[in-house]
Design a protein around this ligand. Structure first.
Ligand code: SF4
Length: 303
């Protein structure tokens, strides 16, 4: 079910007690943050934190972007995967021109902007031009990265409204996790990831981050938070570990009660060590040998 996180839910966070809360991120795990009708109120709620928004940026009017640029605690990552002739290949149904106009408006008022550019085969020859353009337009930085979507092969299929459109190809120099794990052609890298797995180290608890979902559920990270809309089996497994998920929902408990709960203090940490079992998402992301975090350097582009 589509749902926006609202101000009432956000106001349940006891900010006065969260003195170490430095940064709040809206990065669109379940849709672009700019779709949220309460976004302005939510941003204004966090006066003493850095707000980071990651967006396709093809929504909202120029004036809205100008106002956002005036807010000193806001940083925006603009997801622009190429130039005018290529950006839409991955970011379908977004307008490069509108995004650039929005970025210029934001930057013109002092907004801190980052350009994030995912490199594929079809846009890899545009890296230098994008670097120069980002400087000219006043972006603070441009980050090039590889996609982690090549989990079954060197291409993946793009659909629009369930209609197949085309394949996207991996960049020439990209080494994917499946390459590193030596998965056979046509074999899902998942199998090798399991065979080579090490210990699970909860990266989000180490970096002291937490994820609040729009339905009020508090999760240890956004990847596990994905169970709310992902494969049914993943949700079943999560509920089997947590047993009483309603006890870590802001509709039923305070934030303090949730983070001090047995689930957060005991049940989840034990599950990382395999008791009663480790959730597959934790193995996929946080096992310290074949996990995605342990191999995060594969996303880096050296150009
Ligand atoms: S995937 Fe599991 S182990 Fe990794 S950060 Fe999330 S909860 Fe922690």
């Amino acid at each position: 079910m589509l749902k926006h996180i609202d101000l009432a839910m956000i106001q349940k966070l006891p900010l006065e007690k969260m003195r170490n809360l430095e940064k709040v991120e809206f990065v669109g795990n379940f849709g672009d943050p700019l779709m949220n009708p309460y976004l302005d109120d939510i941003i204004d709620f966090f006066q003493n934190q850095i707000i980071h928004i990651s967006t396709n940026a093809s929504l909202r009017k120029i004036d809205w972007w100008r106002n956002l640029g005036k807010k000193k605690n806001v940083q925006v990552t603009f997801c622009i995967d190429g130039l005018e002739d290529t950006h839409h290949v991955y970011r379908r149904n977004t307008s490069y021109r509108k995004i650039m106009d929005n970025a210029k408006s934001f930057i013109s008022e002092g907004g801190k902007a980052t350009w994030q550019f995912i490199v594929f085969k079809h846009n890899e020859d545009q890296v230098d031009t994008a670097k120069n353009l980002s400087k000219k337009l006043g972006f603070e930085r441009i980050n090039f990265m590889y996609s982690d979507r090549f989990d079954t092969g060197d291409t993946f299929k793009v659909y629009d409204n369930n209609v197949y459109k085309y394949d996207l190809e991996k960049a020439t120099n990209q080494i994917s996790l499946r390459d590193r794990l030596s998965s056979a052609d046509g074999e899902k890298y998942w199998k090798k990831l399991y065979q080579k797995k090490g210990n699970v180290k909860c990266v989000w608890s180490i970096k002291k981050s937490i994820y609040v979902h729009s339905d009020g559920n508090v999760y240890p990270c956004c990847m596990i938070g994905g169970v709310s809309s992902g494969k049914k089996i993943e949700k079943l497994m999560y509920n089997k570990i947590v047993k009483k998920p309603f006890e870590i929902n802001l509709k039923n408990k305070s934030f303090e009660e949730i983070i001090e709960s047995t689930i957060f203090k005991n049940t989840l940490p034990k599950s990382f060590d395999g008791e009663p079992f480790t959730h597959p998402i934790c193995i996929e992301w946080c096992n310290d040998v074949s996990g995605k975090y342990a191999n995060i350097n594969l996303k880096k582009v050296n150009m």
